[in-house]
Ligand binder design. Structure first.
Ligand SMILES: Nc1ncnc2c1ncn2[C@@H]1O[C@H](COP(=O)(O)OP(=O)(O)OP(=O)(O)O)[C@@H](O)[C@H]1O
Ligand SMILES: N[C@@H](CCO)C(=O)O
Length: 318
């Protein structure tokens, strides 16, 4: 028996909701922009094989791979429920560049935990599994944040409520929005990009942040796309992080002039996202970013839509 799960790329923060808002995206041309994990019956308690475009960037030791830590915490939770753990042989297809701002570690975490749970016939609930995903993301980045793992797992645009036993709930978005994702091919460590942020903020920034985030969520629920796009402003992270991203200011300016509704840093960068409500505009911006924002052969640009599904079982054998 085996189960294969695909987990898509995601945009942490979506600029306006630092650590509390995230969106899953998938390319309109059908490219699978995400990681895949297969769980099959094993002969020892745990084994891991890695493949894929970015396999060379993973830690050399399987025990340092986040997939191994996912298996450990999954085993811990099954033990608490007195459910027996099966020996597993896991395969990670690492297709997402690490430190890209596309939620690369989240892709591995979500695909691994979702596949492990399905393989064991779903002993953990959706919320229990998402809590583990947040724990794993926190282990890597130095602080629990769900804004990549929640959309990656659940799909769509997700807002972290973290109350009443609920971690995340979905927010309505706009069906005609295209999300241009441009990864320049350089690495920005999430932990380092978090460490440079101020410990405290000025009152005027807190007021502005509240207005933008409240305004964005309101505009989404009342389906006002122009207002929602105007609210996509980041006073928490972007002013401090844009210096880490060569060419970001110029690219954002170009996108604005070319007709993008909004642009920002995806997660902790260096990927930039631009929102457009016209496919031709999105493709023009994508071509420019490919020429001017991408720095090497590892970089890429994709025109995406929101991925409403989140992680998905794409193969199984029984
Ligand atoms: N399967 C895995 N996928 C990604 N990173 C992994 C994995 N296993 C271990 N790591 C380690 O976790 C760290 C991930 O770093 P970081 O959080 O900056 O990247 P990221 O999750 O790819 O970032 P982003 O969310 O911006 O895409 C790296 O040190 C990497 O070596
Ligand atoms: N909310 C996180 C996302 C990291 O991808 C951050 O901006 O640090």
């Amino acid at each position: 028996m085996s189960v294969t799960v695909y987990a898509p790329a995601s945009i942490g923060n979506v600029s306006v909701g630092f650590d509390v808002l995230g969106a899953a995206v998938s390319p309109v041309d059908g490219t699978l922009l995400g990681d895949k994990v297969t769980v099959a019956a094993g002969t020892e308690p745990f084994s891991l094989r890695c493949e894929g475009d970015f396999v060379a960037k993973l830690p050399a030791e399987p025990q340092e791979n986040i997939v191994y830590h996912c298996w450990q915490v999954f085993a811990r939770e099954l033990d608490k429920k007195s459910v027996s753990l099966k020996p597993v042989s896991m395969t990670l297809a690492k297709n997402m560049p690490i430190g890209s701002g596309l939620g690369s570690s989240a892709c591995s975490i979500v695909a691994a935990l979702d596949a492990l749970n399905r393989f064991h016939e779903n002993p953990l609930t959706e919320t229990e599994l998402l809590a583990l995903m947040g724990e794993m993301e926190g282990q890597i980045s130095g602080g629990v944040h769900y804004d990549n793992v929640a959309p990656c797992y659940l799909g769509g645009l997700q807002f972290m409520v973290e109350e009443l036993g609920i971690i995340s709930q979905s927010v309505p978005s706009f069906d005609n929005w295209y999300w241009v994702m441009a990864y320049p091919g350089i690495k920005v460590s999430t932990a380092e990009a978090r460490a440079i942020l101020p410990a405290q903020y000025r009152r005027q920034d807190i007021i502005a942040h509240g207005r933008y985030l409240g305004g964005f969520i309101h505009a989404c629920h009342s389906q006002q796309p122009q207002l929602a796009a105007k609210m996509i402003k980041d006073v928490v992270a972007e002013p401090y992080r844009e210096g880490l991203l060569p060419g970001f200011k110029e690219a954002r300016q170009y996108a604005l002039e070319a007709g993008a509704l909004a642009s920002g840093i995806s997660g902790s960068g260096p990927t930039m996202f631009s929102i457009c409500d016209d496919l031709e505009v999105a493709e023009r911006i994508a071509r420019w970013l490919q020429q001017h924002y991408v720095q090497n052969d590892e970089g890429f640009v994709h025109v995406c839509r929101l991925d409403s599904q989140g992680s998905t079982e794409i193969g199984s054998e029984y």
